[in-house]
Design a protein around this ligand. Structure first.
Ligand code: HGY
Ligand code: MN
Ligand code: MN
Length: 412
């Protein structure tokens, strides 16, 4: 396999898919938007061109299948998500879909079959941008779809259920999507590292040992709105400054962690009906808190929650929070980690093993089957969830070669 050629093909496809966006000046592809449907259609075409039979399931996942022709063969699932964050990058998720499609096409054109069926899954939603419903696509395949999210509404007040029906999908058919673990070999995902480790080490690939567990909360601080010029400072119950102090408490808690794996941020922070000359009466912010181990993460959250409540008490404001996501830390399957490291080493490359601070669909699939993940070097200092996200065709080609070597190891 000419890794330079397949690497260029993979990058060109990711660039092409990035033409579709909900925003004119940034890459944003939210679940079931017009751009999202356009990307799904292009992925469907690419899967068909690779010789796969393609279906779009009840959630909108685009699933390509390359059968091996052996009765009763198991299935290896691979893939990633094709939705993005707001103002996201061209490779987050997409690389993990486009690379296996290119490999499937390579195998199909050469008439090479593996002793298992190959299923490339383009998950319709992982980031949770539109409905705060992360891992939507993969949750349905492992029987963990939370039907209550169907009632969630987006910023325009559209219910997820209605958005799905309008896109011709079948919210009530999601339960039937669950894969029978006994029929599955497992799930494998290629993803950009989304950090600087490989770039600083000068290495193209790494094998993921474990994926950090995540907690997400929507928080609301309610104070007293007032005239910015007339209310004496000592009489204010400013929801904005209270929320700001709470976010700083979140940051301090994470900075104090000796393990270095506890991370947290408030990615959304808004004054509700705010105005320059009005003391904030209500402020909403989000918490995203992660760690390599769930106990560390949960203890940290309890500490942050206590701090928020103490700040609210002292400032005379009300604090409320609602959990919107909790995913446990997910170890990758040791035998698969070893086989993938061996496949990377067989290319004459260092096979670094590392934690993933980012969450991935492998966390969800790993609830029911063996999982492994391959990280690919990120350029631009490792930046991701940003239009500056970048990678090279050379590294994409090496990732394809390592993937094929891994699949062949699984075959044996
Ligand atoms: O947030 C994450 O780690 C992933 O990008 N959904
Ligand atoms: Mn992401
Ligand atoms: Mn991702």
């Amino acid at each position: 396999m000419d890794t330079a050629v397949i690497g260029q093909e993979i990058l060109a496809t990711c660039e092409r898919l990035a033409r579709h966006s909900d925003d004119t000046d940034a890459l944003t592809v939210a679940y079931l938007s017009k751009a999202h449907r356009a990307v799904a259609a292009e992925l469907r075409d690419a899967m068909e061109a690779a010789g796969m039979t393609v279906t779009v399931d009840a959630i909108g996942n685009v699933v390509g299948r390359l059968a091996c022709g052996r009765p009763g063969a198991h299935t290896l699932a691979t893939g990633s998500h094709f939705d993005t964050v707001r103002n996201g990058g061209r490779f987050d998720g997409r690389l993990g879909i486009v690379l296996p499609i290119a490999l499937a096409r390579h195998l199909h054109e050469r008439g090479e079959t593996l002793p298992f069926d190959l299923e490339v899954i383009a998950f319709a939603e992982e980031e949770g941008l539109r409905f705060a419903s992360t891992f939507l696509g993969s949750s349905g395949l492992v029987g963990r779809f939370d039907a209550s999210v169907l009632e969630r509404t987006d910023a325009a007040g559209v219910r997820m259920r209605d958005a799905m029906l309008a896109a011709g999908l079948d919210p009530d058919g999601i339960g039937a999507l669950r894969r029978d673990p006994a029929r599955m070999l497992g799930y494998y995902e290629v993803h950009i590292e989304q950090g600087p480790v490989l770039l600083e080490a000068g290495e193209p690939l790494a094998v993921v040992t474990s994926i950090a567990g995540g907690l997400r909360y929507q928080c609301t601080v309610t104070g007293v709105a007032g005239h910015a010029g007339t209310v004496p400072m000592a009489m204010r119950h400013d929801a904005g400054t209270a929320a700001a102090e709470m976010v700083l408490a979140l940051e301090s808690c994470c900075l104090a962690d000796a393990s270095g794996t506890l991370v947290g941020t408030a990615g959304r922070f808004e004054v509700v009906r705010g105005a320059t000359n009005v003391i904030p009466g209500e402020c909403r912010f989000t918490i995203d808190l992660r760690a390599a181990h769930d106990g560390l993460r949960d203890r940290a959250f309890d500490e942050v929650l206590a701090a928020c409540r103490a700040i609210a008490e002292r400032r005379g404001v009300r604090f409320a929070c609602e959990r919107t996501m909790q995913v446990p830390a997910t170890p990758c399957t040791p035998a698969w980690v070893d086989a993938l490291a061996d496949a990377v080493a067989s290319l004459g490359l260092p096979a670094r093993r590392m934690l993933s601070g980012a969450g991935h669909d492998a966390m969800m699939m790993g609830r029911e089957m063996p999982v492994a993940m391959l990280f690919v070097r990120c350029g631009n200092g490792g930046v991701s969830h940003s239009p500056l996200e970048t990678m090279t065709a050379g590294d994409a080609g090496l990732a394809a070669a390592a993937t094929l070597a891994f699949w062949r190891r699984l075959a044996h």
